[in-house]
Design a protein around this ligand. Structure first.
Ligand code: SF4
Length: 455
């Protein structure tokens, strides 16, 4: 089990450079998003439509998935079902070997990060080459992603220049973005042309036609989904849309919410296999890995609407300070705080639903209207009911219950200046709470005393 959020955040908060990098990056993306969202007159109606489409898909997920399987199969693809990460990884490794390769080129994909595909392939002697620039930076640095959309958001240009100088053996590289991109392109181009198996995730898949959609900004995804002879797509089962036409709504919501663009530069769509054009073998791996269990929770299931735009991360004051690594999960930020504990089980990420001030900024920006604060509170309740509250909290609640149960004690507590002083300097492990809070000063006269003096 990884460190709890408070422990991990305490470590991350000491990294002042990372905090500066995050503040600069999230402020920029936030402003871009706000500008392009303000251009759309019917943005709220669009959000409603996005939420409805996702809810419709989730309400009859089994039916839509079987339709998707039939459509993909009819178009020449093959569908595989994976209950968990181990099954999905084994399927992908087998398919790569059957394709006669020991390398794959990868499109950025949260689903494959979630199942630890790169490490599982490495254990089978298969090398995975990340081709998204930020994922490449993370891979070359032996680092972990810290953002859904910009996995290397915690690194600045100078850090990336030093990394590229070292890994690519190009000591004269400057931190000019064009130079850094060109260096990455030189590194990747040869792999695009050589490696025969591509691995992608999917932003959406349409049940009625079998079309799979990947949305990206760099063109590396287009290369990975068109150049290799075999394409393997690992997709969470919640990504299915009932109809091809639903893409009209989703493709207006996603780019504006994620990169702050009216339309992303590359939207790749493919349906099965087209003889003589693009990959001649297409495999779609449908991944459950905790999604069915999440669907069983009537409040928590709305997390499955998520289209991974990362708008909630960019507005979250907790994420901006603590950074993505503190969450100890593939999915950081507000969506991570509700998705990770549900996918992996509440025991594994029990501290995450508390990694929020419940300010509600995440709900306001979410393009599919996931009420993250309500889900956070709901999960806190579930965790306390299932695992029990900490002893200190139980004691505090018992004491409060005694105070509230008796009018005499309640009135005494209201006058209790000593109580206020105590709350300002709590002892032992409770000190962390009182150190960062200023209790209100007790008034000279309580309302009850004032009322009595006038009646
Ligand atoms: S929860 Fe909403 S805002 Fe956050 S990543 Fe998912 S779709 Fe985007």
């Amino acid at each position: 089990m990884s460190a709890s959020f408070p422990q991990a955040a305490a470590v991350e908060l000491r990294n002042a450079q990372q905090r500066r990098n995050l503040r600069t990056a999230t402020t920029t993306i936030r402003a871009k998003r706000a500008r392009v969202v303000a251009e759309v007159d019917d943005w709220e109606a669009l959000r409603e439509a996005g939420a409805r489409i996702k809810d419709e898909a989730l309400a009859r997920l089994d039916v839509h998935l079987e339709r998707l399987e039939a459509s993909v199969t009819a178009a020449g693809g093959t569908v595989h079902w994976a209950r968990d990460a181990a099954e999905a990884n084994a399927i992908v490794a087998r398919l790569v070997r059957e394709a006669g390769s020991d390398e794959v080129i990868k499109v950025k994909s949260m689903a494959t990060d979630e199942i630890g595909l790169n490490a599982a392939l490495a254990a089978e002697g298969i090398t995975a080459h990340e081709t998204d620039l930020a994922e490449l930076i993370v891979q070359l640095a032996g680092d972990r992603p810290s953002h859904i959309l910009v996995p290397a958001i915690h690194r600045n240009r100078v850090e990336i220049r030093d990394l590229f100088r070292d890994r690519f053996g190009e000591p004269r590289l400057t931190s000019d973005p064009a130079e850094l991109t060109a260096a990455a392109r030189r590194h990747l181009r040869e792999r695009f042309l050589r490696v025969g198996v591509g691995v992608s995730g999917a932003n959406f898949a349409c049940a009625d036609t079998g079309a799979v959609c990947v949305v990206e900004s760099e063109g590396n995804g287009r290369m990975c989904t068109t150049l290799p002879h075999t394409l393997i797509t690992v997709m969470g089962i919640e990504k299915v849309l009932p109809r091809f036409d639903d893409l009209g709504v989703m493709l207006r919501l996603l780019p504006r919410s994620s990169t702050g663009e009216r339309m992303n530069p590359y939207t790749s769509l493919w349906t099965g296999v087209t003889p003589g054009d693009g990959p001649q073998a297409f495999h779609l791996v449908l991944l459950d890995n905790g999604r069915t269990a999440t669907l069983a929770d009537p409040v928590g299931r709305q997390a499955l609407r998520c289209i991974r735009c990362s708008a909630c991360l960019n507005v979250c004051p907790v994420y901006e300070r603590a950074g993505g690594h503190a969450y100890g999960s593939t999915y950081p930020g507000p969506i991570g705080a509700i998705l990770a504990p549900q996918l992996a089980g509440l025991r594994d990420h029990a501290s995450l639903p508390w990694a929020s001030s419940l300010c509600g900024a995440c709900y306001e920006v979410c393009p599919v209207r996931i009420d993250i604060p309500s889900v956070l509170v709901h999960l806190r309740g579930r965790i306390v009911r299932e695992q029990g509250a900490p002893a200190s909290e139980r004691l505090a609640m018992q004491a409060l219950a005694r105070v509230f149960a008796s009018r005499r004690r309640y009135e005494a507590a209201q006058r209790g200046r000593r109580l206020t002083r105590l709350a300002a300097h709590l002892p032992g492990p409770l000190r962390a709470w009182s150190e960062v809070r200023e209790p209100p000063r007790a008034p000279a006269e309580t309302f009850r005393d004032w009322w009595r003096s006038r009646t």
